[in-house]
Structure formats: C-alpha cells, structure tokens
Design a protein around this ligand. Structure first.
Ligand code: HEC
Length: 171
C-alpha cells in the first residue's frame, strides 16, 4: 500500500514523471511492442541541473594528478564535457552542470545517488530520503540534512551547500 501511495506522489504532486518519465515519448509505429504505454524508460532524454552540491567525499578528488589533474578543484560539467560544446560559447555555458535523468529501476540497489554520489547517508533508506528531501527543500531557507525533524544537538541540520555548478540559465 505504501509503495502504491509513493507511486501516486511520483506521478502526481511530486511531478517526478516530468523528467523520470513512465512513457516512451517516441513510439515506434512499426512495432506493437514499442508503444508508449509499454515502455517505462524513466528518462525524458533532456538535461537538467538540479543544483546538486559538490561531494567532498568523492574518491575521484584524491586520485593522482595523472588521472585527475584538477585535484580537489575538479568539477564535473556534465553535458558541457561533451566536446561538441565549444568552451566559451553560449550553448557551452547553458550545458554546464546538466545531467540526463537516470533510470530509477532497482534504485534501492544503486547507492550512492547523484552523478557525484553526494546523496549517501547511513543506509539506503536514508540516502533515498536525502534525495527526496533535497528535491523538497533545496530552496527552503533553514532546511538541509538531516531534516529539521530528525536533527539532534549531536547531529544538527546543516543547510544544503551551494550547487556545484550554478545553472547558467538563471545567472
Ligand atoms: C527537472 C527534472 C527532474 C524532476 C522533476 C525529478 N528529477 Fe530526479 N533526477 C533528475 C536528474 C537530471 C537526475 C540526475 C542528476 C545528477 O546526477 O546530477 C535525477 C536523479 C534522481 C535520483 C538519483 C538517481 C541515481 O541513480 O543517482 C533519484 C532517486 C531521483 N532523481 C528521484 C526523483 C524523484 C523521487 C522525483 C520527484 C520527487 C524526481 N526525481 C524529480 C531530474 C529530475
């Protein structure tokens, strides 16, 4: 029952299906198997910048310089890393920090979450809660992780850090 209620939120108030779509939006007219309602693919094939903070615990940041010459200053620019986007051009700036919505199939088995693994808490349930809480409170002053209702004097709520890459479309 709670799974079904979550699904209703996913399709409804949560608006998750806008990006993690349940339909193939490009039906194949030649195949009865390949119709919209048959193929939940969980991506809209677009690119978005959710404003995920930098993951300071990302092991990549401490890789030797022959692999990661930028060291701790490394930033994953997402779509803008594609060489088709020429550095300095307007499309490059817009592409910076954008990622394609990944599938959410078997999501409970693919921790940590986010392209840089920022969403990692004590256990899988809490990591997924971290993702949803981020969606819900990213722009709410005073909110962060752990959620205000779960914070304790030993583990107080820390506000969400700034996005790793600011969304160029809002600059
Ligand atoms: C604006 C489009 C958009 C909406 C709306 C959206 N998502 Fe996402 N979601 C993304 C993108 C893009 C990523 C990948 C972000 C990244 O790694 O930088 C993502 C990542 C995730 C992840 C992590 C997946 C992984 O394997 O790391 C989860 C879980 C998730 N979304 C759940 C949800 C839920 C639940 C909702 C509704 C409350 C939702 N999303 C709404 C675009 C969206």
């Amino acid at each position: 029952m709670s799974e079904y209620m979550g699904f209703l939120v996913f399709k409804g108030k949560g608006k998750c299906i806008i990006c993690h779509t349940l339909n193939n939006q490009v039906p194949n007219p030649n195949s009865p198997e390949d119709q919209p309602e048959r193929l939940p693919i969980f991506t809209d094939f677009k690119y978005h910048n959710l404003g995920i903070p930098k993951n300071l615990k990302n092991p990549w940041l401490s890789m030797p310089p022959e692999f990661n010459p930028d060291g701790r200053r490394y930033v994953d620019l997402g779509l803008a890393e594609n060489p088709a986007y020429y550095i300095g051009t307007a499309p490059y700036k817009v592409a910076k920090g954008r990622f394609k919505p990944p599938t959410l199939r078997n999501i409970a088995k693919t921790e940590p979450y986010g392209h840089n693994g920022y969403f990692k808490a004590d256990n899988t349930f809490m990591s997924l809660m971290m993702v949803v809480h981020f969606y819900a409170t990213r722009d709410v002053p005073g909110e962060g992780w752990p959620p205000l209702m779960l914070s304790t004097p030993e583990n107080p709520t820390k506000p969400w850090p700034a996005p790793e890459v600011k969304d160029a479309t809002f600059l």
